[in-house]
Design a binder for this molecule. Structure first.
Ligand code: ISE
Length: 327
């Protein structure tokens, strides 16, 4: 069934690889946009691909890479498991197809570099990377408020995750802290040159809390306080600049007075917190295909972020300060 309300003539045919939670959201969001049709959905699990394909009126397949060969697609969304992103992104670029690739770009610096090299060989940008916080209102307000305040001395990212399950350091840093790394880079316009990181652990030994102190090329500091808390989801960013400081806003929430106490819900769902940002990102991507120019976070941003991911992991292992290898 096509998404209700989208009866505009179709001018863009979009494919999607990875029909899990994130992929389903992209499919529904894009299918509801005027002139956009999801025509092909790929997932390694046939039933998963078929179910989403039936919902949005697409063909289904288990062969993600097949979407780049002999199809009439105008663009592809990559929302498959992290370690498949780089290979699929390279295939999309080689086919000259615009691609919205979920973050992270890759799970190694080498793979991220392959994507950057593929674009260089293609001679044009084709990839938009899903660092969607750039499209979040609270982050945009932060950028605007900081503009007149002069040089930035410190960016403080506080990222509380509602994951109750245990994750490896590679996943915590590569999948979650990678967002904060990008926030630091896009707020300051500076590269992270060194990091020192430490972690605390759950009684089981699994990683729980990560603290990162980063130094930027221009001399500023940045910190990331990351917690796999389980009980709440919250992302706060504070920047201290020459003439003032700015703390990012959070979505407006009710203040509840009840049984002699005041409370305010925080939420536990990262996806709900950033749903509007994802929608804005997807709309920008579609507009960029029509305009013939890629926009938003780049493959280079993904490569730079992953170089920092690897330096943080190195610091967690060695306990020392680690220089980030300039990608
Ligand atoms: C998740 O994968 C996301 O992308 C969220 O934005 C992030 O805040 C969370 O930590 C990740 O697990």
């Amino acid at each position: 069934m096509r998404a209700v309300g989208n009866t505009a003539p179709v001018d863009l045919r979009i494919g999607l690889i990875g029909a899990g939670g994130m992929g389903s959201f992209h499919a529904r969001t894009l299918a509801a946009m005027p002139g956009v049709r999801i025509t092909a959905i790929a997932d390694a699990v046939p039933a998963v691909a078929e179910q989403l394909a039936a919902e949005v009126g697409a063909e289904s397949t288990t062969d993600g890479a097949g979407l780049f060969v002999g199809t009439d697609l105008d663009g592809v969304v990559v929302a498959s498991p992290d370690d498949t992103h780089a290979g699929l992104a390279v295939a999309a670029i080689a086919a000259g197809m615009p691609v919205l690739c979920e973050k992270p770009l890759a799970t190694s610096v080498e793979d991220a570099r392959r994507v950057v090299d593929a674009e260089a060989a293609a001679g044009r940008r084709l990839l938009q990377l899903g660092f969607m916080r750039e499209y979040d209102r609270a982050h945009q307000q932060l950028v605007t408020a900081l503009a007149p305040l002069g040089s930035i001395h410190h960016v403080r990212c506080v990222h509380t995750n509602a994951n109750a399950f245990e994750r490896s350091a590679e996943v915590v840093v590569g999948q979650s802290i990678v967002h904060d790394i990008h926030t630091i880079r896009f707020l300051t316009g500076q590269e992270i040159v060194s990091v020192a990181a430490g972690a605390t652990h759950r009684p089981s030994g699994a990683i729980r809390h990560v603290l990162v102190l980063a130094r930027l090329a221009g001399g500023a500091h940045a910190t990331v306080e990351y917690d796999d808390a389980g009980y709440a989801y919250e992302v706060l960013v504070e920047a201290i600049a020459e003439e003032g400081s700015v703390l990012s806003g959070a979505p407006t929430r009710p203040t509840i007075r009840r049984e002699g106490a005041i409370s305010q819900p925080v939420g536990t769902d990262w996806f709900a917190r950033f749903a509007d940002a994802y929608r804005a990102q997807d709309a920008d991507w579609i507009a960029s295909i029509r305009a013939g120019t890629a926009v938003g976070p780049t493959a280079g941003d993904g490569l730079a972020a992953h170089a920092v991911v690897e330096a943080i992991l190195d610091s967690l292992r060695t306990g020392g300060s680690v220089q980030v290898e300039a990608p």
